[in-house]
Ligand binder design. Structure first.
Ligand code: C5P
Length: 241
């Protein structure tokens, strides 16, 4: 991971139905313990006001809207997200080279303080058969590697990937490429709908830059304790937390 990346490695997914329940959780934590992710459901409900509020509270915010459109539209959406002060955002690599380059260029104009731009490769919900139906012949893992290479070539800072893909991507893409991994479950935690999981310690040891963790924290009886336990588990493997 880039030497420039410091601070908490856990990004808590605020997969709540409304701002009130999200803010209820946020009131228990602080920016030294975790970063936060706002996705499509919460953003569609509560929008930029909530994002600005969380940024103003000092949190590094990952806006997970997975933009995928023509280059100009995506570039402008990225610029608007950046104006809100988000720390990280993402686009679908399947939008193609010109879209990826346009997105990266729109952020590059902001200089060193620009948000990180991450590519979504192949959604983990897609299996080989789904790709076949879309005319994409091959194993999902092959496309993940190929799309990560394209993302890097177009100036993106990293990709979202499953912890299982990190072992191959880390040496292939080098230390500065961000690997953001959902599908993390502390030992003994409920899997929910995640299938191919790793523990936080395993994912960090494999080379994950950031862990996206939702339910193991947000649905815990004591969310703060659950978050602190994850931070303790990975502390021995990192200098920052
Ligand atoms: O609750 P859980 O820890 O499974 O939440 C994981 C978060 O990461 C959710 O917000 C989910 O949408 C997101 N995510 C994922 N798998 C991907 C991409 C994103 O689980 N491939």
């Amino acid at each position: 991971m880039s030497a420039a990346e410091t601070g908490p490695r856990v990004i808590v997914a605020l997969d709540y139905p409304d701002a009130t329940s999200a803010l209820n959780f946020v009131s228990e934590v602080d920016p030294s313990l975790c970063r936060l992710k706002v996705g499509k459901e919460l953003f569609t409900r509560s929008g930029p006001d909530l994002v600005r509020r969380l940024v103003a509270d000092g949190f590094d915010l990952f806006l997970d809207l997975k933009f995928h459109d023509i280059p100009r539209t995506v570039a402008r959406a990225c610029a608007v997200a950046a104006e809100m002060g988000v720390w990280m955002m993402n686009v679908h690599v399947l939008g193609g080279r010109r879209m990826l380059e346009a997105a990266a260029e729109s952020l590059a104009r902001m200089g060193d303080e620009r948000p990180r731009l991450i590519g979504v490769t192949i959604l983990t919900s897609l299996e080989r058969g789904d790709l076949e139906e879309l005319g994409l012949h091959g194993e999902p893992a092959e496309f993940v590697l190929r799309y990560a290479d394209l993302a890097a070539d177009c100036g993106l800072d990293g990709v979202v990937c499953s912890p299982r893909e990190v072992a191959e991507l880390r040496p292939r893409r080098g230390d500065d490429f961000l690997l953001v991994t959902p599908g993390v479950r502390p030992a003994g935690a409920a899997l929910g709908d995640q299938r191919r999981v790793m523990t936080p310690g395993e994912a960090i040891a494999a080379g994950s830059s950031y862990l996206v963790v939702g339910r193991p924290v947000t649905e815990a009886e004591d969310p703060l304790a659950a978050l602190k336990a994850i931070n303790r588990e990975i502390r021995v493997l990192t200098d920052e937390v």
